[in-house]
Design a protein around this ligand. Structure first.
Ligand code: ZN
Length: 411
């Protein structure tokens, strides 16, 4: 996949707008001697943009339009340091709602559906994105926000919610609660739209098994509109990305070189029509790959594979690069284990050690299980972790994103 003529024209227009606005990126591009793009080679020579730039431009240095055209801002706090502020124009807000509505349509959701929205509302882009797309499509929004499980389940039953929007952790928590209370027959859910978190096949299978619903993965990030820039279709062969709004590349995170379709690397996105805060070649740090070939659904929107991790989640242990996904795949090969786990990396007596916590039920010999898991991890990544087996339910469940990797070497 390479940038096409229409997309090139759009990027060229964005670059000229940025330079004319003389804002943060406008100055940066000018300093780099860029004044536009005419060919794919020009495009691939453009400098990347990074989260740190967005922080440096705090609060409104990214804005490319006069103040009176900004109708909303969103912010991503991140775990450290200065937040990032993204300004949106009226058109940006509408474009995002259209993209999100398209996501719902790809999931087979219609006006007749009642969409139960549990992601949070506020400065970040989660809840409001799900909401705007729902209203644009014409479905009924049930804007719950997170928390208060009793009320969630009450409303779900009384209003007959048919679609659940949640993080995977919260969807699992609600599913387990529905099972525990024995109220599945009162619940009308048929679909789940799951966003903003990497999740494994095991967790999916568990949610599907309890609720018996179809699950769809939604992709997005605050810097680029928010969630809703792509979703898998019913054939579940990767997430289609809306390339009429965004240009998608996969790069080698070390060298910055664009990689051919099929190869794993970091997702880089360029906004094609965004007005408030256009971003050129923005490094997402999400690891995936472009899936070659056509989807059986017939859509020509390009597809990416499941997010395999963050380029900054890559753990270098005893000189070996390890992604959490590799450990997750090993754990998923044991039907006795639950979907929850934690990885702790520490530095003891001059050596890196990895401890993995897993959950199982009381019918399994814990010591035997720990040994089997440790052996299989060793055969996959080349060194032996310490494995601790605990009872199901001991590891924390979260309403937001579950933290699973704890690197204690630099604490
Ligand atoms: Zn498809």
């Amino acid at each position: 996949m390479r940038i096409n003529d229409e997309q090139l024209k759009q990027v060229d227009r964005q670059i000229k707008r940025l330079i004319a606005a003389n804002n943060f990126y406008g100055k940066m591009l000018k300093d780099a001697g860029v004044d536009g793009v005419a060919t794919a080679e020009d495009f691939e020579a453009l400098p990347f943009s990074q989260k740190q730039d967005l922080r440096d431009a705090y609060p409104l240095g990214l804005s490319t339009v006069p103040d009176e055209e900004i109708v909303r801002i969103h912010s991503s706090s991140g775990t450290t340091g200065v937040p990032v502020i993204i300004p949106y124009t009226k058109k940006d807000v509408e474009d995002w709602a259209k993209m999100f509505a398209r996501c719902y349509e790809f999931a087979g959701i219609t006006k007749k559906d009642r969409i139960h929205i549990t992601p949070g509302y506020g400065l970040w882009t989660a809840g409001i994105g799900f909401q705007a797309g729902c209203e644009y499509l014409g479905s009924m929004a049930i804007p719950m926000g997170p928390g208060n499980t009793d009320k969630q389940l009450q409303m779900m039953q009384d209003l007959g919610s048919t679609v659940l929007c949640a993080t995977s952790s919260y969807a699992l928590l609600l599913a387990e609660e529905i099972e525990k209370r024995g109220i599945r027959q009162n619940i009308k859910l048929t679909k789940g739209v799951i966003g903003s978190e990497r999740w494994g096949e095991k967790m999916r299978a568990r949610i599907r098994e309890i609720l018996g619903i179809e699950l769809y993965d939604i992709y997005g990030l605050t810097e680029i509109y928010g969630p809703g820039i792509g979703i898998n279709c019913k054939y579940d062969t990767g997430m289609h990305i809306w390339d009429d709004y965004l240009y998608l590349e996969i790069i080698d995170p070390e060298t910055g070189k664009t990689l051919p379709d099929g190869e794993w690397g970091e997702i880089v996105l360029t906004t094609l029509v965004k007005e408030g805060a256009p971003l050129i070649r923005y490094r997402t740090h999400d690891i995936s790959r472009i899936l070659p070939g056509e989807c059986p659904c017939g859509s020509t929107y390009p597809r990416i594979d499941v997010i395999a991790g963050r380029s900054d989640d890559m753990m270098k242990i005893k000189g070996v690069n390890v992604f959490p996904k590799q450990i997750e795949e090993v754990l998923a090969s044991f039907p006795e284990l639950s979907s929850e786990y934690q990885i702790h990396i520490s530095h003891l007596d001059g050596r890196d050690t990895m401890r993995i916590y897993v959950e199982t039920n009381g019918s399994v010999d814990f010591a035997e299980m720990a040994k089997k898991v440790a052996e299989r991890v060793k055969s996959k990544i080349g060194f032996t972790p310490l494995v601790k087996v605990v009872e199901i339910g001991v590891l924390p469940r979260s309403e937001k994103k579950s933290k699973r990797v704890f690197d204690e070497r630099y604490d």
